[in-house]
Design a protein around this ligand. Structure first.
Ligand code: FCB
Length: 428
């Protein structure tokens, strides 16, 4: 994988969809009715930066559509913040609905396909006062929101994404297995509501990461990795395929309407986790950020591991697949180019080996608020967080060339990474 200049010419299937992804809380700014916003004031110690105006995209969405067009994207994934649509219990905000309808209209006019996420981290604070996703009794509020918003977006949506990354949803004080089961139930409800209003395909973005034993010859590491893989990946795949929710140490539950409640696999992939039974780190997952410094901060996504992406995709041969997120955060944009080449070649290999991959959405269109901090910059486009000026990075132009040619070859690698041999993948 490392000798990029020797890559063969890579072509993606005709009609392959290229685009990028964002989430409301991370780009719009002033998500004041959300639980995230409230958490920021209640627990400031958890948030090195306040989300504030983020990229100011609620005000600048028209420019963002023009940007997408300029960069040649076929598709855009964005999220609807429930917090704006229903800022207070039972009070739906028509002005906010009109905003998103206008965004959709503009995207359509620009010829950009719409992947709309119904839940990506912007739950209203009032919902969590009632128990939120941790309480089965409160889930009907989510259903009501979905019932409200879906018919309004149905004329525009090309692809639906229900709830982002159910498999890594956690909240302090909540049992993560219970939480994830509740999210699965909500996903199933959303799926069936959408089906009543739209013939367009539906998925749920899954945070896929390959889980590998630190020492594959050490039985405890292998066993541990297998269990962590189940918790992270296996649980989700099994639940969607069969309707059965199985977590270790809990009673299994069968939810009939969950079974087969998806039309495609929506996969977010960044990195791998190495598992050691000898380590006490979170969930005993050894995070690999110490292997490579891309930004001046410990960050868990900085292990490049295209083989893991290939392996994960091999598990998903039963339905079409879309990459709904993939990327990296770095100060030096050349890392982004390298990650693009590596992960796209893994995707091309997976297609060759029988996985029906239909599209790729890069995370992210622009630098944004990474949930607690502005430091991890994931954008193809640089954002000045004071002036909100957007400036495409070289990787944005590289991505446009890849889109135009529906693939890449060694010439593009040399053009964007002429100095590649000097890169060190693993810092000492
Ligand atoms: C994913 C999230 C997305 C963004 C990227 C970097 O897990 O879905 O919002 O934070 O990571």
């Amino acid at each position: 994988m490392l000798n990029m200049h020797n890559y063969p010419e890579i072509h993606f299937p005709e009609g392959f969809i290229w685009g990028s992804a964002t989430a409301a809380h991370q780009i719009e700014g002033d998500d004041i009715h959300s639980i995230n916003w409230r958490d920021q004031s209640m627990y400031p110690e958890r948030f090195p930066d306040h989300s504030g105006k983020a990229c100011n995209s609620y005000a600048m969405y028209k420019e963002d559509v023009v940007l997408l067009q300029k960069l040649g994207h076929h598709a855009y994934r964005f999220s609807i913040p429930w917090s704006r649509i229903e800022p207070a219990e039972g009070q739906f905000c028509e002005e906010a609905v009109a905003h998103y309808v206008d965004l959709c209209r503009r995207l359509k006019e620009a010829g950009i396909q719409i992947f709309v996420t119904l839940s990506h981290g912007s739950d209203p604070a009032w919902f969590w006062d009632k128990g939120g996703f941790a309480s089965r009794e409160a889930l009907h509020y989510f259903e009501r929101y979905v019932q409200f918003i879906v018919p309004r977006l149905a004329p525009y949506a090309d692809y639906w994404l229900t709830i982002n990354e159910i498999n890594i949803m956690d909240r302090p004080g909540c049992n993560s297995f219970d939480l994830r089961k509740n999210y699965m139930i909500c996903h199933a409800k959303a799926y069936h509501i959408i089906k009543k209003h739209s013939a367009k395909p539906i998925g749920a973005p899954h945070a896929a990461a390959s889980v590998v034993p630190r020492d594959p010859h050490f039985a405890a590491d292998s066993a541990h990795a297998a269990m962590q893989d189940w918790i992270l990946n296996g649980f989700f795949y099994h639940a969607l395929r069969t309707g059965e929710m199985v977590f270790p140490g809990t009673d299994a539950e069968i939810v009939e309407e969950l079974k087969d409640s998806f039309d495609f696999w929506a996969i977010n992939y960044y990195t791998r986790h190495q598992v050691s039974s000898r380590s006490k780190t979170r969930n005993n997952i050894l995070l690999t950020s110490n292997r490579m410094k891309l930004i001046d901060r410990e960050f868990y996504m900085s292990s490049f591991w295209p083989e893991g992406l290939y392996n994960e995709l091999q598990r998903l041969k039963d339905k079409p697949v879309f990459l709904t997120e993939n990327g990296c955060c770095c100060e030096d944009d050349r890392w982004r180019a390298l990650k693009l080449f590596q992960d796209l070649s893994a995707i091309a290999d997976a297609i060759k080996d029988g996985v029906d991959i239909r599209g790729y959405l890069h995370w992210s269109l622009m630098d944004n608020y990474e949930w607690v901090s502005f430091i991890p910059r994931f954008g193809l486009v640089h954002v000045n967080f004071k002036t909100f000026e957007r400036t495409p990075k070289p990787s944005a132009w590289l991505f446009r060339e890849i889109i135009e040619r529906n693939g890449f070859g060694p010439d593009l690698v040399s053009k964007y990474l002429p100095e590649l041999p000097k890169f060190k993948l693993f810092a000492e």
